[in-house]
Design a binder for this molecule. Structure first.
Ligand SMILES: [Zn+2]
Length: 56
C-alpha cells in the first residue's frame, strides 16, 4: 500500500484528505513518486559494488 500524504499549500498542514481540514484549501501530494530513479541508482550502486568485489 502506498502512502498518500497530502499537504495544504496555504497553512502547511499535513492531511490525508483532498482539502485542508483547517482552511479548506485543496491539498497537494506532499511526496510525489520520485522514488523509482533513486531505487535504480541504489541498485546500480549495489551492482557495481558486487562486481568490483568479484573482480580480481
Ligand atoms: Zn490549510
Amino acid at each position: 500500500m502506498r502512502f498518500l500524504i497530502r499537504r495544504c499549500p496555504k497553512c502547511g498542514r499535513y492531511t490525508l484528505k483532498n482539502t485542508c481540514p483547517v482552511c479548506g484549501t485543496p491539498t497537494r501530494v506532499a511526496h510525489p513518486p520520485r522514488f523509482s530513479p533513486l531505487d535504480k541508482y541504489v541498485k546500480y550502486r549495489v551492482l557495481m559494488k558486487r562486481l568490483s568485489k568479484e573482480r580480481p
